[in-house]
Design a protein around this ligand. Structure first.
Ligand SMILES: Nc1ncnc2c1ncn2[C@@H]1O[C@H](COP(=O)(O)OP(=O)(O)OP(=O)(O)O)[C@@H](O)[C@H]1O
Ligand SMILES: [Mg+2]
Length: 143
C-alpha cells in the first residue's frame, strides 16, 4: 500500500496535483475523493481532467449523479454521491461499464462504503482543510 501526503497552499496547487495524477492514469482506475464540504474535491478532479487532456471545464454534478467528460485521452466519469438516496443505489450507476472506457472519480464515496472494497486497485484521495487556503492531501494506492 503506497501512500503519499502533500500540502497545497491554493486551489491552483490542488488542481496541479490532480493534473499530475491525471497524467499517470491508464484507464480502469477508480478514485475515491473524500473531504468535507469545500475541501477541494471538485478542484482536484478538475485537475485530473486537465491531466487527461480534457479541456471542457469540470463542474459539480449537482443534479446528476454522474457527469462524463470526453475529448481527452480517457473518458472521465465524475460521480458525486452527496445526494445519493442510499448505498444500494451505487450499484445502479453502472460504474463497471464506465471503468471499461475510462476512469471514475467519486466525490462523497463515504455514502457508498463499503462498496468500493471490490475495486482493486483503487486510488484513495483524502483532502483535509488545514486553514482557509491550505489543504492536506493524501493519495493512497489501495491494492
Ligand atoms: N489549497 C486549496 N485547495 C483547494 N481549494 C481551496 C484551497 N484553498 C482554498 N480553496 C477553496 O476551497 C473551495 C474548494 O471548492 P470545491 O468545490 O473544490 O470543494 P468540494 O470539496 O468539491 O466541495 P463540495 O463538498 O461542495 O462538493 C474553493 O472555494 C477554493 O477556492
Ligand atoms: Mg464538489
Amino acid at each position: 500500500m503506497k501512500r503519499t501526503r502533500f500540502t497545497t497552499q491554493s486551489p491552483e496547487e490542488t488542481q496541479d496535483l490532480g493534473r499530475a495524477l491525471g497524467k499517470k492514469l491508464v484507464g480502469g482506475e477508480l478514485l475515491t475523493v473524500e473531504g468535507t464540504l469545500g475541501a477541494g474535491k471538485t478542484t482536484f478532479i478538475r485537475g485530473l481532467a486537465l491531466g487527461l487532456g480534457i479541456e471542457k471545464g469540470v463542474c459539480s454534478p449537482t443534479y446528476t449523479l454522474v457527469n462524463e467528460y470526453h475529448g481527452g485521452r480517457l473518458v472521465l466519469y465524475h460521480v458525486d454521491l452527496y445526494r445519493l438516496g442510499g448505498a444500494a443505489e451505487v450499484e445502479d450507476l453502472g460504474l463497471d461499464e464506465c471503468l471499461e472506457t475510462g476512469v471514475v472519480a467519486v466525490e462523497w464515496p463515504e455514502m457508498g462504503m463499503p462498496f468500493w472494497a471490490q475495486y482493486r486497485p483503487r486510488i484513495g484521495i483524502k483532502l483535509e482543510v488545514l486553514n482557509e487556503t491550505s489543504r492536506g492531501i493524501t493519495v493512497e494506492e489501495v491494492r
